[in-house]
Design a protein around this ligand. Sequence first.
Ligand code: UD1
Length: 429
Amino acid sequence: MDRIRIVGGRPLSGTIPISGAKNATLPLMIASLLTGETLVLDNVPRLADVGLLQRILGNHGVDVMVGGKRAGETADHGQTLHISAAHIVDTTAPYELVSKMRASFWVIAPLVARMGEARVSMPGGCAIGTRPVDLLIMAIERLGAKIDIEGGYVIAQAPHGLKGGEIVFPKVTVGGTHTAIMAAALANGTTVIENAAREPEIADVADCLNKMGARISGAGTSRIVVEGVARLGGARHNVLPDRIETGTYAMAVAMAGGDVLLQNARPELLQAALEVLQMAGAAVVSSNQGIRIARNGSALAPVEVTTAPFPAFPTDLQAQLMALMTRANGTSCIVETIFENRFMHVQELVRLGARIQLEGEKATIEGVERLQGAPVMATDLRASVSLVIAALAAEGETIVNRVYHLDRGFERLEDKLGRCGATIERLAG
Ligand code: UD1
C-alpha cells in the first residue's frame, strides 16, 4: 500500500489546476444508462472511483472508451470518456461492486426507468456512519416501481414503465435527488420533486440530461419539475470544476501560508467555505482564471461553523477546516449535522498535537502553536486529506498511510502540492 511522506513548514506558491468534480462525474456516468446512444464526458478526473464505476457499468454491458491524448494536452487536462449503453446485458449490480462505492447504488434509477427492472445490492455500512438508502427507494416507489428486498438486494420492477408523481423528501439528500431526477426523466408524465438537494452537481447532471433530451427545470433549487420523455439520446458535456478539491487546496494554502492560484475554480460553487476562509484570515480574490488564495504572516483566527446542505458549509470540507483550525489563535467550534460519526480524523489530528474535544456532533478545537509530524492514517477520503493539510504545517515528517483513500477523490495530490513548493512524495508500498 502506498504512503505519502510530507515534511511541513514550507509555504505554497504557484498554480494548482482544479479537476472536474468527482461528485458530478459519478452520476453523469450513471446517467449514460438512460440512453442507447453515446454520452461523451469531457474534463473527467483521473480517480480510482471513476475507474471503479467504469467496471460497475461494464458489468451491465456499458462500453466506456477513454479518449486518447490530443496534441498539447497534459495531465492537467481532464480525460474524455465516450460511454455507450447500447446493450444492457445485466440489470443486477452485485454486492462485491456496490459495497466498494456507495454511489453505485444510484444505477437503480436509470435501470428501472429504461429496462423496467433492477436488482441492486444494498450498499451496507461505511466508515462515516450508516448512510441508508431508504429515501432513494421511496423516490422510485413514488414513481410506481414495485420494490422487494431479498437477500440484501433491492429489486425494483416497473414492467410497464414508471409514472410521474410527487416526491417530497423529508430530508435533503443528494443521492435521493439524483435518483429521483434520473427515474423521472423517462417516466410517463410529470414529476415534482420537493425539498430537493441544491448542490451544484445536481444542476450539472440536469444540464447534461437536458442536452440528452430530458425536460428538467428548477435543478439547483429545492423544487424540481421533470416532464418525462419516451427516450433520451446522446450528448457531449463538460464536467464542472470540483468545489471540494478547490476548498481543500484553499485550506492547504491558508494552513501553509503563501499565495496560490486555484485555476478553473469557480467561487460561486463554494461561497460559504470562502467566507469562512476569509474570516480565518486568508485573502481570497476571484478572477476569470480562478480563485487566488493567500496568507502571508498573519495569524489564523478561530471560526464557528455548522455543516449543512448546499449552499451552507459542506460536510465534505469539515475535516479539512478542522485541520486548519488546529493552528488558529483561539478556540473554534465545528458542528457536523449531515453524517454521524464523521470525526474519524480527530484522533489522528490529536496524534499530531492538536487539541480537540468531541461532544456528540460538536467538535471544539483549541488552537495550538505547533503540530509535530507523526505516522497517521485515516479511513475515508476527506479525513485523509485533512491529515495532509495538518502535515503541511507540522514540524518534521508525517507519513500518511492508506493513500488509496486519497486516490479515490484527489487527482495527483502530491504532484499538485509539490509543484507549489511543498515537500511531499509518494512512497510506493
Ligand atoms: C453525497 C456526496 C458526498 C457528500 C454528501 C452530502 C456524491 C457521490 N457523494 O453523498 O460526498 O458528503 O452527498 O453532501 O455525490 N440519507 C437518508 N436516507 C437516504 C439517503 C440519505 O437518511 O436514503 C441521509 C444520510 O444518512 C445523510 C443525509 O441524508 O445523513 C445526506 O446524505 P446524501 O445527501 O444522500 O449523501 P450522498 O448522496 O450519499
